[in-house]
Design a protein around this ligand. Structure first.
Ligand code: GDP
Length: 466
C-alpha cells in the first residue's frame, strides 16, 4: 500500500510512564477515534477543528477503558501532514495495549518504526536531512550533539543545499538546451554564472564534508586515550573523572553504571575513553595489550592524555613526551600532558615544571593531583579546549551523518570536475554529465531523490511512534 493511504497508530512512550500518548495518523484517524470515544462536554470529534483538545472516555462497547485527553490535528497542519489524533491516556501497559487493540479493530494498523516521520517527509513537512535530525535529536546525549541536531532540524544546511541545487538545475537545463542546437554555436548558460555557482557549491560541500570528522565525534563521543607508565595514576585519574560525572548521571533513572563507565559528558561534550577496561582494573595498558596493540588503540584517539608524575624532572618529562610522540602519538591528535601527584612535589619544583615542560597549540599541560577533587576543573578545561568543541554553536553548520558525508564527497568531486572542465573549455555535453551528478547527490541529501532502499535504511533506525 502506498504510504499515507491508510491510517496507522502507535504509542509514543514505553509502557511504565504515568501518562502516554497514542498517535493515530491518516485519513480515517478522526473518524476511527470518534467511534471509540465519548466526550464529556462536547459533541463528536469529527466536528472539531484542528488544534482542539477534548476530554472524555475511551470505550470498548459499554466498557470504559480510560479517561483521556484527545488532541485533534487537521491536515496539513500536523506532524505528518495528515489528519491526526493524539490520545493522552494513562501509561499502563494494559491501557496502551487495549486502546491500540481497539484502534486496530476499527481499522488503524500498527505503525512501523519511523512511519510517522516517513509520512511527514512524504508530505513535504520536512526534508530528509531534517527527518534524520529528529532521530539524532532523540539520541543526543550531550549538549553539543543536541545543538547540532537542532540546527539541522531547523533547516541548517539543507536549505542552502536545496537552493544551490535549484540554481544548478536551471543552469544545466540551459546547458542541455544548447546541445539541442547541435552544430550551431549558441550559449544559453552563462559560463561565468555556472562557474561561480559550481565553485560556491564545491567549496561549500567540501567544507561540510570536512566538518564530518568533528560532527561525528560530537555524536559518538570524542575518542580519548589515557596513556602513561605503570603507577603514574592513570586509573585514579579516569575514576576521578567518572566519579564526578556519575553523581550527575545517576540521577537519571535507568542509567546503569556500566553504560556510563567509558563515556563521559563534560561541559556538554561527550568523550569516549578508549579501552578503559584495562585502566579501571588498574592493569597497565601497555602490559595488557602489548606495545603494538596499544599503539593501534591510541591511534584511534583524537585526544591523548599522557600521564606523568611530578616527581620527575621537567627534562625527564620532555624526554618522555618526545618519545611518546615518536612511537605512539597519532599525528592529528591533541595531547594533554598531565603531571600527576603534584601533592608529592614542592612548589619550586612544580614551578620549574610549569615553565619548562614544552607545550604548543596542540599540546597543553595540566599539573594536578588525581587525589584532589578540585584539580579536575583544570583537566576538564584542557579537554574542552583540546576537543575544539567548546566553541560549537548553532551558527556553525556541521554534519554528523555518514550518508550525508558520502553524498557531499561525491558532490565535491563532481563539482571539482565541472570547474576543471569549464576552465579547460570542455564540451558542454561532458560538463552537463558532471553537473547532473552533483545535482543527483545533492538531491539524495535533502530527499529530492530517494529510493525505497535509502528511505528504508533511514526510517528503520527510528523508534516506533516517531
Ligand atoms: P596507573 O597504574 O597509572 O593506573 O596508576 P594508579 O591509578 O593505579 O595509581 C598508582 C598509585 O598512585 C596508587 O596507589 C594511587 O593511589 C596513587 N596515586 C594516584 N594519583 C595520585 C596523586 O595525585 N597523588 C598521590 N600521592 N598518589 C596518587
Amino acid at each position: 500500500m502506498h504510504p499515507g493511504s491508510n491510517t496507522i497508530c502507535a504509542p509514543v512512550h514505553q509502557p511504565g510512564s504515568a501518562i502516554t500518548i497514542i498517535r493515530v495518523s491518516g485519513p480515517d484517524s478522526i473518524d476511527i477515534c470518534d467511534r471509540i470515544f465519548i466526550a464529556r462536554r462536547r459533541g463528536r470529534l469529527t466536528r472539531e477543528k484542528g488544534y482542539t483538545l477534548v476530554y472524555g472516555d475511551i470505550v470498548n462497547g459499554e466498557e470504559v477503558i480510560d479517561e483521556v485527553i484527545i488532541s485533534i490535528y487537521r491536515a496539513p497542519h500536523s506532524y505528518t501532514g495528515e489528519d491526526m489524533v493524539e490520545i493522552a491516556c494513562h501509561g499502563s501497559f494494559y491501557i496502551q495495549n487495549t486502546i491500540t487493540g481497539i484502534l486496530a479493530s476499527q481499522g488503524a494498523s500498527p505503525a512501523s518504526a519511523g512511519e510517522f516521520t516517513r509520512r511527514a517527509f512524504m508530505n513535504g513537512k520536512l526534508d530528509l536531512s531534517q527527518a534524520e535530525a529528529i532521530a539524532d535529536l532523540i539520541a543526543a546525549d550531550s549538549g553539543a550533539a543536541h545543538r547540532i541536531a537542532i540546527s539541522q532540524l531547523k533547516g541548517g544546511f539543507s536549505n542552502e543545499i536545496a537552493g544551490l541545487r535549484s540554481e544548478l538545475l536551471n543552469l544545466v537545463s540551459l546547458l542541455e538546451l544548447e546541445l539541442d542546437f547541435g552544430e550551431e554555436d549558441v550559449q544559453f548558460a552563462d559560463r561565468n554564472d555556472l562557474l561561480s555557482t559550481v565553485v560556491r557549491l564545491r567549496d561549500y560541500s567540501g567544507e561540510l564534508a570536512a566538518s564530518f570528522s568533528i560532527g561525528n565525534a560530537v555524536k559518538r563521543g570524542i575518542p580519548t586515550a589515557i596513556a602513561g607508565k605503570p603507577n603514574v595514576g592513570k586509573s585514579t585519574l579516569l575514576n576521578g573523572l567518572l566519579n564526578e560525572e556519575r553523581a550527575i548521571v545517576s540521577e537519571i533513572p535507568g542509567t546503569t553504571r556500566d553504560a556510563i563507565e567509558d563515556t563521559l559528558v563534560i561541559e556538554g561534550v561527550l568523550y569516549r575513553f578508549i579501552d578503559t577496561a584495562g585502566l579501571r582494573h588498574t592493569e597497565d595498558i601497555v602490559e595488557r595489550l602489548g606495545i603494538g596493540k596499544t599503539r593501534e588503540k591510541i591511534a584511534l584517539a583524537t585526544i591523548v592524555i599522557l600521564v606523568t608524575e611530578a616527581v620527575q624532572s621537567a627534562v625527564e618529562i620532555n624526554r618522555e613526551v618526545r618519545h611518546f610522540r615518536r612511537t605512539m602519538m597519532p599525528a592529528s591528535a591533541s595531547l594533554i600532558i598531565v603531571v600527576n601527584k603534584a601533592d608529592l612535589a614542592g612548589e619550586d619544583h612544580l614551578e620549574t615544571i610549569k615553565n619548562e615542560v614544552i607545550t604548543s597549540d596542540s599540546t597543553s599541560l595540566v599539573v594536578m593531583s588525581a587525589n584532589r577533587k578540585d584539580d579536575y576543573m583544570v583537566l576538564k578545561k584542557a579537554l574542552a579546549s583540546a576537543s575544539g568543541l567548546d566553541r560549537i554553536n548553532e551558527t556553525r553548520v556541521m554534519i554528523t551523518n555518514a550518508r550525508h558525508y558520502e553524498a557531499l564527497m561525491k558532490v565535491s568531486e563532481a563539482t571539482g570536475r565541472v570547474v576543471k572542465g569549464l576552465e579547460t573549455g570542455l564540451q558542454s555535453d561532458l560538463i552537463a554529465i558532471d553537473v547532473r551528478q552533483a545535482i543527483h547527490y545533492l538531491g539524495e541529501i535533502t530527499g529530492a531523490i530517494t529510493t525505497d532502499e535509502i528511505l528504508g535504511n533511514i526510517f528503520r533506525n527510528f523508534c516506533i511512534g516517531k
